[in-house]
Design a protein around this ligand. Structure first.
Ligand SMILES: [Zn+2]
Length: 272
């Protein structure tokens, strides 16, 4: 097949694109670690061990610059004027370039972050957020679309495929309400930041950590792996866990073959 070609115009010039079909596969390194990822607005994500990854400062700064340029453009806009002034068009171009730079910086950061996450874990579970739905319904719509988790989760899938690791997207129901310890549903408003369970006395944690635990549990259940959070990073015992141990053993030896059984089931779930 001849390579596909396209020419794209961006704010800073024209770009030629050539698309080749290449199957990239590399030997992944296995660590025995798993991660449940709760994508959020306060932090970019939080995992089941309460570790938070924040949006970097340089991105927040770039966002500020972008807002400033947008304001300048609207100040130069004259209602009803056709055509708009030269200064307006100059500012429009400037805004385009700032926007492009911001997009590229963010994309670069998200891809590198995803690469790191997949490099240091064997199983990654995240929530299939269907960002466009949330953007329509959510009071925090703008920050959600700005958070742009899409690039990040796409990159998780991509590196998972390359390194033969399991990346699972789980449905969103009750991941934040359910208690990660006993499953009891605890209703929370958007502003509630802690999860306190009325059933098991003493279960109290950050609501994002609770969600990350639920997400991880769902993913592990989908993979058929018995995983408990009572002792963190404890991979169950008993009949079911034999496959788990095989997976870990093969992971430790860097044999992606057995792990790839897991990956296949993941691909099936993603295509539902
Ligand atoms: Zn509970």
């Amino acid at each position: 097949m001849p390579p596909q070609q396209s020419l794209t115009r961006r704010a800073d010039g024209y770009y030629g694109q050539f698309c080749f079909d290449a199957d990239r596969k590399e030997q992944g390194e296995y660590s025995g670690n798993v991660i449940g990822i709760d994508l959020g607005l306060k932090s970019f994500y939080k995992d089941q061990n309460n570790k938070a990854v924040e949006c970097p400062k340089f991105l927040r700064k770039a966002e500020k610059r972008l807002k400033q340029q947008r304001r300048r453009l609207s100040r130069k806009f004259v209602k009803g004027a056709k055509p708009q002034s030269n200064n307006y068009h100059k500012q429009k171009k400037r805004l385009g370039r700032v926007h492009l730079k911001f997009q590229r910086q963010r994309k670069d950061w998200e891809i590198k972050l995803a690469r790191n996450v997949v490099a240091s874990n064997d199983v990654m579970v995240y929530e299939d957020l269907k960002v466009s739905n949330m953007v329509k319904n959510h009071p925090l719509a703008k920050s959600i679309s700005d958070a742009s988790w899409y690039q990040f989760t796409q990159s998780l899938d991509y590196y998972g495929r390359i390194w033969g690791k399991a990346v699972v997207a789980v449905p969103t129901n009750y991941t934040s309400q359910g208690c990660s310890n006993c499953g009891h549903r605890v209703k929370k408003s958007l502003s509630t930041r802690t999860h306190a369970c009325p059933i098991d006395w003493g279960v109290e944690m950050c609501c994002d950590t609770n969600a990350a635990l639920n997400i991880l549990k769902k993913g592990m259940a989908i993979l058929g792996i018995d995983w408990q959070n009572s002792t963190q990073r404890h991979w169950g015992s008993g009949e079911k866990s034999r496959t788990t141990e095989e997976i870990i053993a093969s992971a430790m030896n860097g044999q992606p073959k057995i792990v790839s059984n897991v990956v296949e089931s993941v691909t099936r779930i993603l295509s539902l």
